[in-house]
Structure formats: C-alpha cells, structure tokens
Design a protein around this ligand. Sequence first.
Ligand code: PTJ
Length: 254
Amino acid sequence: MTEIPKSHPRYASLVARERVAEGVKRGYTSSQGLIAQGRGECFDYLIGERTTSSAKSAIRAAAAMLLLARRPALSVNGNVAALVSREMAALAAALKIPLEVNLFHRSEERVKKIADLLREKGAAEVLGERPDASVPGLDHARALATRGGIFDADVVLIPLEDGDRCEALVAMGKKVIAIDLNPLSRTARKATVSIVDNIIRAVPHLTDEVTRLRSMPRADLEKMVNEYDNEKVLRQAVQEIQDHLNRQSQQDTR
Ligand code: PTJ
C-alpha cells in the first residue's frame, strides 16, 4: 500500500481509498467497488466527514433493532471486506451471530477470499459459500442467500447495498438496516433504518451501541424502535449537508 503521512489533511479518506484498491489487487473487492468508494467519498465530503446527529439516531435505532431481532443477519460484500472486515467480525461477536458474504458481482473465488479474510480477522462463523436459497424478485447470482442466515432473518444489516436487493429483502417482510453515505439513494429510501455515515465510522459505533444497550429492558428497546422515523432522519441528513455547505461557503467568502 502507498505510505500516507498521518499529517495529511485527508489521511482517513486516503487510507480508505488505499484499502479498497488493495482489495481489488488481492481479488476480494470488485473493480466496480472503486467507483462505489469514489461515490461514497464525495458524499462523505458533503456531510463533513463526521458522524452527524441524524446518523447517531439511526445507529441507536439499528442497535436496538438488532438486539430485539429473533434472527439478525449481517451482510458483507467486497467493499465492506476491504474497509471493515475486523470491525464486522467484532459486531458479529457482540451479537453472537455469523457474517454472511453476499455479492452483487458474484464469483465463487471472490466469495471464498472474503470468507477467508473475515475468518482471519476473527469471525467465528461465515456463511455464504454454500447458498441454498434465492431472494425472490432478483435475477442471477446476486439473489443467492443462505437458510439460517440472510434468507430466514427478520432483521438484516446491508452496508453499501444496491437498491434492488434492499427492496427485495423489504418485500420478503424483513426489517432492513442500510449503511449508505448517500441519503438520496434508493437503498437509503427503501430501508427501514438508514445510517447515512461512512461505514468506517458507523460499524464501530454500532458495536458500541449494541454493547451499551444490551442490558436495557426489552420494552425500552421497543420504544426506541417504534419512535424512530426513517423519513424524518433522511430529511435531517439532507439538511445537515446543506448546513455544512453553507458553513463552508461562509468561511470561503470571509
Ligand atoms: O462486492 P460486490 O460485488 O457485492 O459489489 C459491491 C458494490 C459496492 C460495488 C455494489 O454493491 C455497488 O455497485 O454498490 P453501489 O450501487 O455503487 O452503491 C454503493 C453505495 O454505497 C453508494 O450509494 C455509495 O455512496 C455508498 N458508499 C460507498 N462507499 C461508502 C458508502 N457508504 C458508506 N461508507 C462508505 N465507505
């Protein structure tokens, strides 16, 4: 990987870019993943590269939803593996559930590489190498899922997902938690809870919330989930971008 000086003002963003490029070189991230990362970088710049207050409320609701779930599932694709494989393994450990590799541009070789990487980073159980079911309404290999994992889950976390799959999972009656920096994406609009934040910041934060809320009474968690309003949170996310841009342009004209 290219050596990036810690003093560089865009250090975190450049390191993330290097990790995705490394994922492509090692064959676990798709080349399309580079484009997805570029799109994400752009939105991260617009929100000010910080976890906004709307994202914090979405993360809290997501943690409560995962803790209340009968059978939660966590999906991992090539970009997620490149950026947060260790952190996803930690989230799975906190919830005592497996991770599941689920790819848009599926190849068996890439699934295996990602599963191996996740195991190397501490994941106790990884599903997805032997899918035995299909998500209705999706064509080709991207529909593949595992019974006992995403296929039977009542709550699914889908970071950096495409809108079709999000919609198809919602149509199966699942509650879907998205992590997507674009508050206008179809995924963010269709999900039950949309975390508009960089996955690098969002996943450790989500694990902390799961740990913090774990001892809370079920009724309190249910209240948290029932009071959560995703449309309102997405409107707030767009407003936070506007406010950030206004502050930036005022600084520029000073
Ligand atoms: O590994 P595969 O084959 O499953 O493919 C994965 C990608 C991400 C290439 C595939 O799912 C894809 O093409 O995704 P999209 O449709 O480009 O959507 C990715 C979304 O994630 C976009 O809305 C981006 O803004 C957002 N995004 C990109 N990087 C990040 C992000 N959101 C949070 N954190 C990021 N680091």
